[in-house]
Design a protein. Structure first.
Length: 236
């Protein structure tokens, strides 16, 4: 994934997959125009088609339409150089919306790795384009945090969700996810302490860890007490 790639589409998919998207567009009446306004209109149509598929639960089909829309929004550096400020804003805003759609489709499909990557792409796009959209930024941070939480990366999840909460204080979903991340973070830290503590124990002490109801633990504790008793007798 290359955030600095001239092509937004290539941030998501490989060159072979891009060829498939291009072929689908051209075979289904969505050839890419040389006219700026026509390309934005085509991207809007494809994104709406994707939204309908998303609502029906076809998340893979929705992503395919979103990627097709991105292809129409992929202007090279030379083309963008000549755009007026208003047109550049229109283009960047549409890119932001479709990246958010892609991220949402991965989230609904519980594809946590790609959800996190799509959220990173969205955050990077906001930064590079100079867009000011706190709602979108908070949403990407929430989705990234959720993906990290589901993958077991409590520390990363907590940091992302904390940032989302700072941008959108009071958001119920963010607060719930932040609470879950905090609990997992504390559990991970406690587990790490126990692992470190166990490294400092002797083999005999490790064997004594656990409940008396476990025969092996009970036997280890009896042996340990007997050994200590013998040591005291010798010292006397």
């Amino acid at each position: 994934m290359d955030f600095d790639n001239e092509s937004l589409l290539k941030c998501f998919i490989s060159e072979e997959e891009e060829k498939t998207i291009i072929a689908w567009n051209e075979e289904n009446g969505h050839k890419r125009s040389d006219i700026f306004e026509y390309r934005l209109e085509e991207a809007d149509k494809l994104r709406e088609e994707g939204n309908e598929l998303f609502k029906s639960g076809d998340f893979a089909g929705a992503r395919q339409r979103y990627f097709a829309a991105v292809w129409h929004l992929d202007f090279d550096i030379g083309q963008q150089w000549n755009l007026m400020e208003k047109h550049q804003l229109d283009l960047n805003t549409r890119k932001l919306k479709v990246v958010s759609n892609i991220c949402g489709a991965y989230l609904k499909a519980e594809d946590w790795v790609n959800t996190k990557q799509a959220a990173d792409i969205g955050l990077r796009h906001i930064e590079k384009s100079g867009l000011t959209d706190d709602a979108a930024k908070a949403k990407f941070l929430y989705r990234k945090g959720t993906a990290n939480l589901q993958r077991g990366f409590a520390e990363d999840a907590f940091e992302d969700l904390k940032k989302a909460d700072a941008i959108a204080p009071g958001d119920k979903q963010v607060r719930q996810a932040l609470k879950a991340a905090g609990e997992l973070q504390r559990a991970d830290r406690q587990k790490a302490k126990e692992v470190w503590r166990s490294k400092l124990l002797s083999e005999e002490e490790k064997a004594c860890q656990g409940s008396w109801t476990e025969p092996a633990v009970a036997a280890a504790r009896v042996n340990a007490r007997f050994r200590r008793w013998c040591c005291r007798r010798k010292s006397d």
